[in-house]
Write a protein that binds this ligand. Structure first.
Ligand code: ADP
Ligand code: MG
Length: 224
């Protein structure tokens, strides 16, 4: 489903272009559960942002279901991104002033889903992550693990094929991290493709494939 070949990406720092990805080749099949590991600064988040069509690249090719991503205009790219991917971040990225259910409704607001259907689907998504009793709570009234579950509900509410999670357990204690992994396993069993960055070898052990980056290159690509 995802085919990256010879992806290069650099960032400008002052007068210099600093290379961050130096030729990434990776194919990811539908239904895979992949962890991306590697030292801080090795390019993991940059790669995730490219995979999720949140960022562009300088050289190389990206085929998503056969579609050439580099040739799309920003509007088509945004359309593909919103239909294909759900995103989960380390710091949850919830809107503090909105209740859990309204946070989960947001992606459907952008997708022009009618209000009643929005509420219905947001409730279902929150129930799927075990938060049916917390839908009216603000993020500040929820634990870190619960906030991340709201973020997962928001990521899955438009039924994306792929979930992209950048250090989803990085701010959580290990019990909450284990709960998040249980949810990811369930989503994987339902056919979702999961791509997750983690520093934690135990968390990475939940995946069936581990990609290891070092200094902008793939150091290891291992399936279990
Ligand atoms: P990781 O997620 O593996 O820690 P990142 O992909 O976030 O690594 O960053 C890799 C390198 O790219 C780092 O040196 C970082 O400073 C640099 N970088 C990332 N994003 C930007 C940006 N938007 N502008 C400039 N430099 C960036
Ligand atoms: Mg990162």
């Amino acid at each position: 489903m995802i085919e990256l070949s010879a992806i290069h990406k650099s960032f400008r720092q002052g007068m210099q272009q600093v290379p961050v990805l130096k030729g990434i080749d990776v194919d990811i099949a539908r239904g895979e559960f992949m962890a991306i590991m590697g030292p801080s600064g090795s390019g993991k988040s940059t790669l995730m942002n490219i995979l999720g069509c949140l960022d562009t690249f300088d050289q190389g090719r990206y085929r998503l279901d056969g579609q050439a991503i580099e040739s799309l205009d920003p509007e088509s790219l945004a359309g593909i991104r919103n239909r294909t991917f759900g995103f989960v971040f380390q710091l949850f990225n919830l809107i503090p002033k909105l209740s859990a259910v309204r946070n989960v409704e947001l992606p459907m607001v952008y997708a022009h889903v009618p209000r009643i259907e929005r509420r219905e689907r947001a409730r279902e998504a929150l129930a799927a992550v075990g938060l049916a009793q917390r839908i009216d709570h603000a993020p500040s009234e929820l634990s870190g693990g619960q906030q991340q579950r709201v973020a997962i509900a928001r990521a899955i509410v438009n039924d994306p094929q792929v979930i992209i999670a950048d250090e989803p357990t990085g701010s959580l204690d290990s019990a909450s991290g284990t709960e998040i992994m249980a949810i990811f396993h369930r989503l994987h069993d339902q056919g979702k493709t999961l791509i997750m960055v983690t520093h934690d070898a135990e968390i990475a052990g939940h995946a069936s494939r581990i990609l290891r980056l070092r200094d902008g290159r793939i150091e290891e690509d291992r399936r279990s």
